[in-house]
Write a protein that binds this ligand. Structure first.
Ligand SMILES: Nc1nc2c(c(=O)[nH]1)N(C=O)[C@@H](CNc1ccc(C(=O)N[C@@H](CCC(=O)O)C(=O)O)cc1)CN2
Ligand SMILES: Nc1ncnc2c1ncn2[C@@H]1O[C@H](COP(=O)(O)OP(=O)(O)OP(=O)(O)O)[C@@H](O)[C@H]1O
Length: 210
């Protein structure tokens, strides 16, 4: 990987910066950003959204609670991943209530694999995937924790979309304004986001059509 060292130091810096904001500030930004995502989903043209895939926040990540609860109230299906550490893959589950989450890999809350309904990608792809990040840049660059989980999942989605003749989901980053950086070092396997939503609104990456 060409940018391994550069990414490592960028990760440390970005994590430190994101952690430095007081929790109350982060929660306020999070709720506003979630509301921006709701407004965008309501205003965008095309068929109504049927399902989203979204992360459950850990550490100082943007808190997605408001967006998830809005989807539940609106009848939009909420799909949440679970990490399989051995293969660095993600399994998907249909989340319907908070008590379906249990402590999982890396201390992230994940759907209880024993009781929660599995989501079969081959049957239906989510319409939107909201991805977490340590930092984003204006051309869709995204810096993650380095597990490659979302990049690998992006490949799987691509294959599945091609096999099933389904539309590829919108790939949207969620973060605070404070998470913009000038340039995210991107390797060939890195998936760029179509847009980033923050408390200030939607910023399109290379996909001006969103
Ligand atoms: N909420 C949430 N869920 C998510 C992600 C995420 O970023 N946020 N992921 C997005 O990919 C995956 C989890 N990826 C992770 C990868 C590494 C570490 C981690 O703790 N890394 C160590 C350093 C690793 C090492 O090199 O030893 C660390 O940061 O201290 C955590 C999560 C899947 N689920
Ligand atoms: N599509 C892929 N197939 C196989 N390995 C991959 C793929 N994408 C990434 N990897 C591997 O995963 C590791 C982490 O990649 P990278 O540093 O880009 O992670 P990241 O995008 O920051 O993390 P994440 O997506 O988990 O937030 C690298 O070793 C990389 O080679």
């Amino acid at each position: 990987m060409k940018h391994a060292e550069e990414k490592k130091s960028a990760r440390l810096l970005a994590a430190k910066r994101r952690d430095s904001f007081p929790e109350q500030q982060r929660l306020a930004w999070s709720d506003t950003a979630c509301q921006q995502a709701v407004d965008w989903m309501l205003q965008r043209e095309g068929p109504m959204i049927g399902s989203i895939m979204i992360y459950i926040p850990f550490r100082s990540e943007l808190d997605t609670t408001l967006l998830i609860e809005w989807c539940w109230r609106t009848g939009i299906k909420v799909i949440v991943p679970r990490c399989v550490k051995e293969s660095r893959a993600m399994e998907l589950y249909l989340l319907q209530a908070w008590d379906e989450l249990v402590p999982g890999a890396y201390g992230i809350k994940e759907p209880d694999p024993v009781t929660v309904k599995r989501w079969d990608l081959a049957e239906q792809l989510p319409d939107i995937v909201f991805v977490p990040g340590l930092a984003f840049d204006a051309s869709g660059g995204r810096l993650g924790y380095g597990g490659g989980y979302y990049d690998r999942f992006h490949d799987l989605l691509k294959e599945t979309a091609a096999e099933q003749g389904q539309r590829f989901p919108l790939w949207i980053g969620l973060g605070y304004e404070a998470q913009w950086i000038d340039h995210v070092p991107m390797d060939e396997h890195d998936a760029a986001v179509d847009a980033v939503i923050t408390e200030q609104g939607v910023t399109r990456g290379r996909a001006a059509w969103i």
